[in-house]
Design a protein around this ligand. Structure first.
Ligand code: PEP
Ligand code: MG
Length: 601
C-alpha cells in the first residue's frame, strides 16, 4: 500500500492512502506451480529505486534505518581502507578516506533526512535522489578526474542502498523467511544457491525459456517465470506478488478476488500432487503393458533424494558442470570423485548417466576472454572445450572411472557434432583407463559410453554413430535452438523457441527411429521429455526411456499408465502431419486432457 500526496507532492501535509493498482505481466513459464508471497527485490548493477512514500508514523523508524545503513557503510569502507593500507600502503588507502568523508558529511545527512521527514520519501529513494544529484554536478564538469569523482558517488550510493535493502546478492543462500525472489537476472549458480524451503518462487526480467537458470529453478521445484521485461521499478520489497508458473504470468499488487482464485488453484495442485504420490511404487507401464524407463535429471548430488522419493528408475542425466559453477578454482579429482561416489552409493546399483563437462554458452564461470567468442552457443563449449583442455578432461574422467567401481555408471559426451569428436573423446577416456590400470586403481573397464544428440549434424549421422556408441540421449534444449536458429536463453525470440515444430519433430523422430532400428538404447533428457504435453507423441515415435526433472516423474508416469502405444502412434502420426506450432499444441493439449484431465494445460 502506498501513501501518496494529494496535490502538492513536495510540501503537502495532507496524505491519502491509495491501493497500488493490480498489474498482470506476461513472461515465459519455465517451472510450473503457483506461489503467493512477499517480494524480495534483488537489485542489479544499478539499483533502481522507485519513488515510494512512507506512512507518517513510520518516519522515525525509517530514519533509524537510514542511520544504521550509514553506520554499516562507514564500517565497510573503514575495513576496506585498513586492508588496502596493509597491502598497498597509505597512499592507496586514501581513496577510501574520500568516501568516508562523504559518508560522514553533515550536509548530506541533513539533506537525506529532510526528504524523509518532510516529503515522506523512503530512505532508499532519498539516498538515491540526493547522491545522484551530487554525481550529476561532477558529471557536468569536464575531465577524467571529475568523472571518477562521479563514480565514487555512485559507489557510495550503491553501498548505502545495499545496506538499506538489507540483502546482498551473495547472501542469496541465507534467506531465512518465505519470499518470492524477483531479480533482473540470476546466473545458474546463483539460482542453485536458492533454498527452496524459503524461496517459494522466482521471477526474472531477463532470461529465455530453456536457459540453465530456468532449468535449475525447475530442478529446485519452485514456480518460476523469466523474460518478463522491465518490472522491478513497479514493486518494492514486502509487496504481495503471485507467480503463476503454469501460465508464465506474475501479478503485482493482486486484489482480493485474484488472491482467492489463486489460493484455490494452489489447493487443487496440492490435491493433484497427493493423488500422483500414490503412483510412486507403481511402474511406468502403458495400459497395454509396455514398460517405460523413467529417469531423473540432476545437477547436484543432493537431488538424488528427489529422484528416489518420486520413484525414478535411475539418473538419465547428471549435469556435472555445476561442480564448476560458483567456485573460483577448478575442482580437484578428489572433489569430483566425492560427488560422483555419493551419487553412485545413493543410487544402489540403479543406472547413472554421467555427462562430462558441458561448460560454455550460459554455463560460464567468467566472461570469455577471447574477442572472437561473441556467440558462445556456437563457440568453444562442451566437448569442444574439454578436448582443448585435456588435463581438465582427464581429471574428470579419472574421477568418473573410479566411481564406476561403485555402481552402474555410464559416461556421456555432450554436444558431439562429428564422428571424429566422439572418437577423440573416447581416446582421452582410453588414456585415463590406462593410467588407472597402471596405478592399480579399480574401475569398470566396460563402462558404457554414449553421446548426447543435440546438434542437427549428430541426427543426420545417427546411422554412422550407431556403430560406435553404446547409447544415445536426445538433448532437445539444444537441438531445438540449433534446428530453429533460436537462442534458448533470449527472451526476445522466446516465442519462436518451441518443441512443437514440425522440423523439430522430424529430427526427434529420425533420431529415435535410427537408434531403434539398430537396437542402440536411446533416451531423451531435454525439457521436452518432462512435459506431459509431448509424452504421447514421443511414445508414439518409439521412445521408451525418458529422463526428466525429478518433479515431473509422477506426471509422466501418470500419462504412460493411461495410454496404449497404438493410440500414441496415431497421435504422433497426426501431430507430425500438422503445419504449425499453434495447431500442434492445441491438438496435443486436447489429446492430453482426454487421458489426464486434472493436468493444468
Ligand atoms: C539439452 O540440451 O537438451 C540438455 C539436456 O542439455 P543442457 O540443457 O544441459 O544443455
Ligand atoms: Mg545441451
Amino acid at each position: 500500500m502506498d501513501i501518496a500526496p494529494d496535490a502538492d507532492p513536495a510540501g503537502s501535509r495532507f496524505w491519502r492512502r491509495i491501493e497500488a493498482a493490480m498489474e498482470r505481466l506476461q513472461g515465459i513459464a519455465v517451472s510450473p506451480g503457483i506461489a503467493i508471497g512477499e517480494a524480495l527485490v534483488l537489485g542489479n548493477e544499478g539499483f533502481r529505486i522507485p519513488r515510494r512514500f512512507l506512512p507518517r508514523d513510520a518516519v522515525e523508524e525509517e530514519l533509524d534505518r537510514l542511520q544504521l545503513a550509514f553506520a554499516a557503510a562507514i564500517a565497510e569502507v573503514e575495513h576496506n581502507r585498513e586492508r588496502v593500507a596493509e597491502q598497498l600502503g597509505d597512499d592507496y588507502a586514501a581513496i577510501f578516506s574520500a568516501h568516508l568523508q562523504m559518508l560522514r558529511d553533515k550536509r548530506l545527512h541533513e539533506e537525506i533526512e529532510e526528504m524523509i521527514r518532510e516529503r515522506h520519501y523512503s530512505p532508499e529513494y532519498s539516498v538515491s535522489r540526493a547522491l545522484r544529484r551530487y554525481a550529476k554536478v561532477f558529471q557536468t564538469l569536464e575531465g577524467q578526474y571529475m568523472a571518477e569523482r562521479a563514480n565514487d558517488i555512485f559507489d557510495i550510493e550503491k553501498r548505502l542502498l545495499r545496506n538499506l535493502l538489507g540483502l546482498r546478492r551473495e547472501e542469496l543462500s541465507q534467506i531465512t523467511s518465505p519470499v518470492l525472489v524477483l531479480a533482473h537476472n540470476l546466473t545458474p549458480s546463483e539460482t542453485a544457491r536458492l533454498n527452496p524451503r524459503f524461496v517459494l518462487g522466482m521471477v526474472t526480467e531477463a532470461g529465455g525459456p530453456v536457459s540453465h537458470t530456468a532449468i535449475v529453478a525447475e530442478g529446485l521445484g519452485i514456480p518460476a517465470v523469466v523474460g518478463v521485461g522491465s518490472f522491478l521499478t513497479d514493486i518494492s520489497g514486502g509487496d504481495t506478488v503471485i507467480i503463476d508458473g503454469d501460465q508464465g504470468q506474475i501479478i503485482l499488487h493482486p486484489d482480493e478476488e485474484t488472491l482467492a482464485h489463486y489460493r484455490h488453484e494452489v489447493e487443487e495442485q496440492r490435491t493433484l500432487a497427493t493423488k500422483l504420490e500414490s503412483l510412486r511404487e507403481l511402474p511406468a507401464e502403458t495400459a497395454d503393458g509396455k514398460r517405460i524407463q523413467l529417469l531423473g535429471n540432476i545437477e547436484f548430488p543432493h537431488e538424488v533424494k528427489q529422484c528416489q522419493e518420486r520413484g525414478a528408475d535411475g539418473i538419465g542425466l547428471y549435469r556435472t558442470e555445476f561442480l564448476y559453477l560458483g567456485v573460483d578454482d577448478d575442482p580437484s579429482e578428489e572433489t569430483h570423485y566425492e560427488a560422483y561416489a555419493s551419487v553412485a552409493n545413493a543410487m544402489q546399483g540403479l543406472p547413472i548417466v554421467m555427462r562430462t563437462l558441458d561448460l560454455g554458452a550460459d554455463k560460464m564461470r567468467t566472461l570469455p576472454d577471447s574477442e572472437d567468442e561473441r556467440n558462445p552457443v556456437l563457440g568453444l563449449r562442451s566437448i569442444r572445450l574439454t578436448l582443448r583442455n585435456r588435463d581438465l578432461f582427464r581429471v574428470q574422467l579419472r574421477a568418473i572411472l573410479r566411481a564406476s567401481a561403485l555402481g552402474d555408471i555410464r559416461i556421456m559426451f555432450p554436444l558431439v557434432s562429428t564422428l571424429i569428436e566422439f572418437r577423440q573423446a573416447k581416446m582421452v577416456l582410453a588414456d585415463a583407463m590406462e593410467d588407472l590400470e597402471e596405478a592399480g586403481i579399480a574401475f569398470n573397464r566396460d563402462v558404457p559410453v554414449g553421446m548426447m544428440v543435440e546438434v542437427p549434424s549428430a541426427v543426420m549421422l545417427m546411422d554412422r554413430f550407431v556403430e560406435e556408441v553404446d547409447f544415445f540421449s536426445i538433448g532437445t534444449n539444444d537441438l531445438i535452438q540449433y534446428c530453429l536458429a533460436v537462442d534458448r536463453g533470449n527472451k526476445d525470440v522466446a516465442s519462436m523457441y518451441t518443441a512443437a515444430d514440425p522440423a523439430v519433430f522430424r529430427f526427434v523422430k529420425m533420431a529415435i527411429s535410427t537408434a531403434n532400428e539398430h537396437n542402440v538404447p536411446i533416451s531423451m533428457c531435454g525439457q521436452m521429455s518432462g512435459n506431459p504435453l509431448y509424452t504421447m507423441l514421443l511414445l508414439g515415435m518409439g521412445l521408451r526411456s525418458f529422463s526428466v526433472t525429478p518433479a515431473a516423474v509422477p506426471e509422466i508416469k501418470r500419462v504412460c499408465r493411461s495410454v496404449t502405444i497404438e493410440h500414441c502412434q496415431r497421435v504422433a502420426d497426426y501431430a507430425c502431419s500438422l503445419d504449425g506450432t499453434r495447431e500442434i499444441k492445441a491438438f496435443l493439449k486436447e489429446e492430453l486432457s482426454k487421458v489426464f484431465p486434472e493436468f493444468p494445460v
